[in-house]
Design a binder for this molecule. Structure first.
Ligand code: GBH
Length: 468
């Protein structure tokens, strides 16, 4: 049912699990600042300790082994490695920490997939303008080269930036994520632009300097819901769903996989809105000949999928500039889709299959890794998480259909997340783990959920290529 060398993984991100926020010379990141400023994270919680994976990595490794994963996706904390964000100062203790993680994984026959950036920009770089500043791309490239140089002998799967869409929109438009900006209709496009430039520079560095020796693969992880028209017989709804897909996945996938530039649908919509509100310029930047070539800077397609939406025109913000007005696509949930945890996560496994088919058809049949997919519980301990078991079984079945019936070249599946962790603006109130973490216990004990046991069974069954 699954290819013999299919990657069976689970993922985490540095700020969500590590803690040790100022241990051994780590510099502050924008998430440290954002949480400590108070008021915008659930219960004024923070990731100062989180799962304390900085000290309890061996416990995480036990969880990984218990699941029988072939791959583990983790992210590096930029400010733990380079406290002020630049290669002027290297924190050797941070290097040792990740060296140990990587070496331990390999010793257990688990391949690391390493993300360079999962939302946690060094604060010093934010102070210089962060992702809004064009110079960030070169600094990211230096950081990336440092990581390829230091860890690339052992890491063969790299993600440069996780979810540029989330970082741009939630961080710079909605203010829900760090750095908490609400500069509507402008900053997100600028931040996204510089993330694409940064990603492309790092890919080119890998491609020319490291790939010949290290022979790995580099991509960026793109999140998208599956969007379908509210009424598929209504052409306005069909167009709105297309726009929503363009403003979410297309924003970053078009430049990298299709044309080297933003989707035409997106630019047309933004320019029309700028004109209507007499803004006087496009708010969507253009790539210049000084920029690294963006087209072709991904060795595989990395997709984070969680949920689906029904779409019709609307949802704008009147006379003010904002992405929602540019997009003119209102997202609604279908009443038949169950919601079991957080409000945004309607359970729609078939949406993943549809999105995979769309990716195959639109982006020239790339190799695809599903780098995140998961299900949340809200509140306290429910070790017997039956709904999540069904979620994983149903979703993995849709992946199998995508491979066998639609011919999508899916190379791996990473459940989100290995364990309950600091769920960004939701703090510890939302639990995505395959392992429960007791945040009231000083030892932060990890306990496998029923869904963790279920996933382990699925992996054991299909790991060899043939169902056993
Ligand atoms: C992933 O993003 C992240 O990569 C991961 O770190 C995180 O733990 C995981 O989601 C679970 O949330 O607050 O109603 O405005 C997935 C894409 C986009 C889904 C933002 C949640 C929040 C909508 N996310 N969305 S809302």
């Amino acid at each position: 049912m699954f290819p013999r060398d299919f990657a069976w993984g689970a993922g985490t991100a540095a700020y969500q699990i590590e803690g040790g926020w100022q241990a051994d010379g780590k510099g502050p990141s924008i998430w440290d600042t954002f949480c400590h400023e108070n008021g915008r994270v659930f219960g004024e919680q923070n990731g100062d300790v989180a799962c304390n994976s900085y000290e309890l990595w061996e416990k995480d490794l036990e969880c990984i082994q218990q699941l029988g994963l072939t791959h583990y996706r983790l992210s590096l904390s930029w400010a733990r490695l380079l406290p002020d964000g630049t290669t002027r100062h290297v924190n050797q203790t941070g290097v040792q920490y990740y060296n140990k993680v990587i070496d331990d994984l390999l010793a257990c026959d688990v391949s690391p997939m390493v993300t360079l950036y999962h939302f946690d920009l060094p604060q010093t770089l934010q102070d210089q303008g962060g992702w809004k500043s064009p110079g960030i791309a070169t600094l990211f490239d230096s950081y990336a080269k440092f990581c390829f140089q230091t860890f690339g002998d052992r890491v063969k799967l790299w993600i440069t930036i996780n979810e540029p869409h989330v970082c741009a929109k939630l961080g710079h438009e909605d203010g829900i994520h760090a750095p908490g900006l609400k500069e509507k209709g402008t900053a997100a496009y600028l931040a996204g632009h510089n993330m694409l430039r940064a990603h492309a520079m790092a890919w080119h560095s890998y491609n020319s300097v490291y790939r010949p020796q290290q022979k790995g693969a580099v991509s960026l992880a793109l999140n998208s819901d599956w969007f379908e028209p509210s009424d598929r017989h209504c052409s306005e709804d069909v167009a709105a769903a297309e726009r929503d897909l363009a403003f979410t996945l297309g924003w970053f996938a078009w430049p990298v996989f299709v044309t080297g530039d933003y989707p035409e649908i997106m630019r047309t919509a933004i320019d029309a809105q700028s004109e209507k509100l007499r803004y006087g310029a496009s708010r969507l930047p253009s790539f210049s000949s000084d920029d690294p070539a963006i087209l072709g800077t991904a060795d595989f397609f990395a997709l984070n999928y969680y949920t689906s939406r029904k779409v019709k025109p609307g949802g704008g913000c009147g006379e003010t500039l904002c992405i929602k007005s540019d997009r003119d696509a209102e997202e609604v949930l279908d009443s038949s889709w169950p919601i079991c945890g957080v409000s945004w996560l309607a359970v729609v496994p078939y949406g993943l299959r549809k999105l995979l088919k769309y990716i195959k058809d639109t982006f020239n049949n790339p190799e695809v890794y599903i780098t995140e997919n998961g299900f949340s519980q809200v509140g306290q301990l429910q070790i017997e998480d039956v709904q999540r078991c069904e979620f994983y079984k149903d979703t993995i079945m849709e992946v199998a259909k995508a491979i066998h019936q639609d011919g999508v070249n899916v190379r791996g599946y990473f459940a989100w997340s290995l364990m309950d962790n600091f769920e960004w603006a939701d703090g510890f109130s939302v639990r995505f783990g395959l392992f429960h973490v007791d945040f009231c216990d000083a030892k932060l004990r990890r306990t496998i959920y029923r869904s963790g046991r279920e996933y382990a069974k699925i992996i054991a069954k299909y790991k060899s290529g043939q169902p056993r």
